[in-house]
Design a protein around this ligand. Structure first.
Ligand code: HXC
Length: 257
């Protein structure tokens, strides 16, 4: 583990990235984001890894972008820093990413959570965009991803007020997939990740790509894309194996080819 602000581990087919700056509630500085992206890309290229899990060490997932780092920045400093290049790369990760959130996921950390494909949260988790209280606004996709996810009504309310969203509300509005007690969050996340790792990898890959397309494009454009991916799956060995196994009434052996 050669990273300064994150820790990576692997367990079978699951690659885990833990935010590791617990003294400042894992405040995301630019180097941490760039390390997260590097680690994700590493797992994405690693044939042994099928699922990526993202979580935070200490008492929170993360309390947002590092305010100390931004406080004195000018618009030109930020333009030249060009930190969002790293965030854009996150959206290109092909393997499924599961976020396991406990404690706070605020500001940039909520945006990071919204980049995950599935989100599990501890009952104590709190999401929110407090940027408005700092005289700024989300900058890493928050206004776009939250609005697409929950619609204009709640997005405006939450972004205008900076009010925190409890795990229960997040579940109600479809921001997260499931809540667990704090004690069970990681165990349950890994259980799910292990199941996900057994699914046909190319199907998962192209489903992820197609679903993300749906968020970005019109239904018509999205469906043209979906169709190409659907056809593409019929050139895989796993499709032949999956359908053959069904006909032969046995479990398929997927190879990810
Ligand atoms: C830098 C932070 C931080 C942050 C917490 N800390 N959040 N440092 N940036 N975002 C530090 C505190 O200064 C403190 O350091 C230590 O972490 C523990 O935090 P406390 O405040 O003492 O903990 P607590 O009283 O439990 O309050 C937790 C909290 C509060 C409610 C989450 O820390 C808070 O409001 N944090 C800021 C949340 C926020 O506004 N996030 C959005 C940032 S803007 P010391 O040294 O005093 O112990 C953003 C824009 C994204 O994310 C743009 C795109 C990237």
């Amino acid at each position: 583990n050669s990273f300064e602000f994150i820790e990576t581990t692997t367990q079978g087919a699951i690659g885990t990235i833990e935010l590791n700056r617990p003294k400042v509630l894992n405040a995301l500085n630019t180097k941490m984001i760039s390390e997260i992206v590097q680690a994700m890309e590493g797992f994405d290229k690693d044939d042994n890894i099928r699922v990526i899990v993202l979580s935070g060490k200490g008492r929170a997932f993360a309390a947002g972008a590092d305010i100390d780092e931004m406080a004195n920045a000018s618009a030109m400093d930020l333009e030249l820093l060009n930190q969002f290049v790293d965030w854009d790369r996150l959206a290109l990760i092909k393997k499924p990413i599961i976020g396991a959130v406990h404690g706070f996921a605020l500001g940039g950390a909520f945006e990071l959570a919204l980049c995950c494909d599935l989100l599990f949260a501890a009952e104590d988790a709190e999401f929110g965009f407090p940027e408005v209280n700092l005289g700024v606004m989300p900058g890493a996709g928050g206004t776009q991803r939250l609005t697409k996810l929950v619609g204009k009504t709640k997005a405006m309310e939450w972004l205008f007020t900076g009010k925190r969203i409890t795990a229960k509300e997040a579940l109600h509005y479809g921001i997260i997939n499931q809540t667990f007690s704090k004690e069970l969050l990681f165990e349950e996340t890994y259980k799910f990740a292990e199941q996900l790792a057994k699914q046909a990898p190319i199907s998962i890959r192209l489903i992820k790509e197609s679903v993300l397309k749906a968020i970005d494009h019109s239904i018509y454009e999205g469906m043209q894309f979906e169709r190409k991916n659907f056809y593409l799956l019929f050139s895989s060995e796993d499709q032949k194996e999956g359908m053959k196994a069904f006909i032969e009434k046995r479990q398929p052996q997927f190879k990810g080819k």
